[in-house]
Design a protein around this ligand. Structure first.
Ligand code: ADP
Length: 546
């Protein structure tokens, strides 16, 4: 028997059209590189995006062609986010901070046809263009950086390219193209924190469902009422899907361009009355220092933090000093990315403060559409007791079932769940907590130490700005933890105090030796702003040569 319901395709075109029909007056604001502000409405956005669809078609973009972007967060990037999939092309967001070899690998593996690139980023691509096998054209976006773009073959300015298109033709394309909801719409490669980049192809359907999923009140609670600023780059897991969800809901969008730190970011949050911002912990760490230095009149009520663990001290400090709620979330490129969020349940609101923070530092529970489990080496579910650890596996409406043109069987269980490589506990309330990535666990005397837990404790000390923990080989213990830490401005690191604090939380044989605490100027970061433990392990090899 069949249901009586319409088979309405979940495609991006319908989200785009809604922006025009329902909230054409709402704003999209971008801070350009020269600090000027570009401001227009979703109505104007819609028209340019349709014109861009036509321009792409007239320039020979066919179904399923991969069209890459190499750009920061701004309105033209948002135009590309919809124009490319709405003519059945595939939006491929390239991570601008990757090493050249990785970039070359990704562009050739994806066989990108065009690259839309910010003027200020052309220098980074120029030395590689001869290695790109499939790229036919570069379209240069004037981000208002005061420099000349590097010389790229077959380059054209974005506005000239757009002028080749016709709005009416775009309108016809939007209404006539028969796009299946399962057609690919977007593509991201993992940032290679733990190995070679791997490609994920999102479909119209998965982006549509993910957009609805993140808007849920129990998820990120995005709505037309909010003004949203994604610090998380549009080249990193689609800025966590926020641009798609904002076009869907009509939330005012504020793009920070290159102004991601300190005063320029705080000023933008203030001027545009941003209510929700999203980014990795390092960004909020720097902003916190700025907010301590200078008073801003902020409307910000929520900061979505993911990508790495949000330390308890950060959650507590923002809450107590600025009344800002840090919403801790977990996700991966492979999960579109939102998988879990840590929101206190109604009955937890009566718990004592200490217990509430214990829940809020966890990565939280699966959002509707996602299922999570944790398994041991034999594939059995670990007890949901908040203590036993296992590998997190997930499945759901927006989780990848394979990688693009790569057969990586070990990433999936036999019955098709995705293996995340994250080591976690799950408690009786179904709150998940990451203890580590499999590769980052430290094994001391046959037992695992969670580097994340140790880092969070050290970062909770008032004189520590950032801390990262990695293992070094040890003859007796197998591995021993080594701490790299950065002092806060004007402070110095008290190694003894670190040891004393750790003693409260770890067994004595897990505590690092005082000589294994190293003070450095900054923790090396990956292309998406996470602590780069590969670099730290190499540092360890140098330090402990003999
Ligand atoms: P990469 O795998 O290259 O780091 P992703 O952005 O896909 O790129 O990273 C996903 C990983 O980031 C997760 O597997 C997890 O290890 C980590 N992660 C994401 N969110 C959190 C979080 N809230 N707390 C701790 N780790 C997180």
């Amino acid at each position: 028997m069949k249901s009586t319901m319409m088979n309405y395709p979940l495609v991006l075109g319908s989200i785009l059209k809604r922006a025009y029909n329902v909230h054409p007056e709402k704003e999209v604001v971008s801070k350009m590189n020269d600090e000027s502000i570009h401001r227009y409405t979703y109505g104007e956005y819609f028209k340019r995006t349709l014109q861009l669809m036509s321009a792409l078609k007239r320039n020979g973009v066919n179904s399923f062609d991969r069209i890459a972007t190499f750009a920061l967060n701004h309105y033209r990037h948002l135009e590309l986010y919809f124009a490319i999939p709405c003519i059945q092309g595939i939006l491929h967001t390239l991570n601008i901070r990757l090493f050249p070899e990785q970039l070359e690998f990704i562009v050739n593996h994806a066989e990108d046809k065009f690259i839309f690139i910010d003027k200020s980023l052309t220098k980074a691509i120029a030395p590689l263009v001869n290695q790109f096998k499939s790229v036919e054209k570069f379209i240069i976006i004037d981000d208002k950086e005061n420099i000349e773009p590097a010389n790229l073959p077959n380059a054209i300015d974005y506005e000239e390219f757009l002028a080749m298109g016709d709005y009416k033709e775009g309108w016809d394309l939007l209404h006539s193209l028969k796009i299946d909801e399962n057609d690919p719409a977007g593509m991201c490669y993992t940032s290679g924190t733990t190995g070679n980049p791997k490609g994920v192809l999102y479909s119209h359907r998965t982006i549509f469902l993910h957009s609805m999923g993140i808007c849920l009140a129990d998820a990120l609670c995005l709505s037309e009422n909010e003004t949203v600023l994604p610090v998380v780059p549009m080249f990193h897991a689609n800025a966590w899907g926020i641009p798609f969800a904002c076009v869907m809901t009509g939330a005012k969008l504020v793009f920070p361009g290159k102004h991601l730190l300190g005063h320029p970011l705080a000023e933008l949050l203030e001027q545009e009355k941003v209510t929700i911002a999203a980014g990795v912990p390092t960004v909020w760490n720097v902003l916190y220092q700025q907010l301590k230095k200078k008073q801003y009149n902020l409307k910000l009520h929520t900061m979505v933090v993911g990508g790495s663990a949000a330390p308890r001290s950060m959650i507590e400090n923002y809450e107590k000093e600025f009344g800002i709620n840090i919403l801790h979330a977990w996700g991966m490129t492979e999960t579109s990315p939102l998988g879990t969020v840590s929101r206190l349940r109604s009955y937890m609101k009566d718990w004592d403060e200490e217990k509430q923070y214990t829940m809020r530092v966890k990565q939280g529970f699966a959002v509707p559409g996602i299922e999570i489990r944790a398994i041991d080496e034999n594939g059995n579910d670990i007890p949901r007791d908040g203590k036993s650890v296992g590998e997190l596996i997930v499945r759901g409406a927006w989780v990848t079932g394979s990688y693009y043109n790569m057969d990586i069987k070990e990433s999936f269980t036999e019955d098709g769940w995705f293996r995340t490589g994250d080591v976690v506990t799950i408690d009786e309330y179904n709150f998940m907590q990451i203890t580590d990535r499999k590769k980052d666990l430290i094994k001391t005397r046959g037992e695992w130490i969670s580097s994340v837990e140790m880092e969070n404790i050290v970062m909770g000390l008032p004189f520590v700005m950032e801390a990262a923990v990695v293992g070094r080989p040890d003859k007796l213990k197998e591995e021993a933890p080594v701490i790299f830490c950065v002092p806060k401005e004007g402070e110095s690191i008290d190694k003894k105090a670190i040891i004393e604090e750790l003693k409260k939380h770890f067994a004595h044989w897990q505590i690092p030796h005082i000589d294994d605490i190293h003070i450095i100027d900054s923790i090396p970061k990956t292309s998406v702003g996470k602590f780069d433990k590969k670099v730290l392990r190499n540092k360890i090899k140098e330090i402990y040569k003999e």
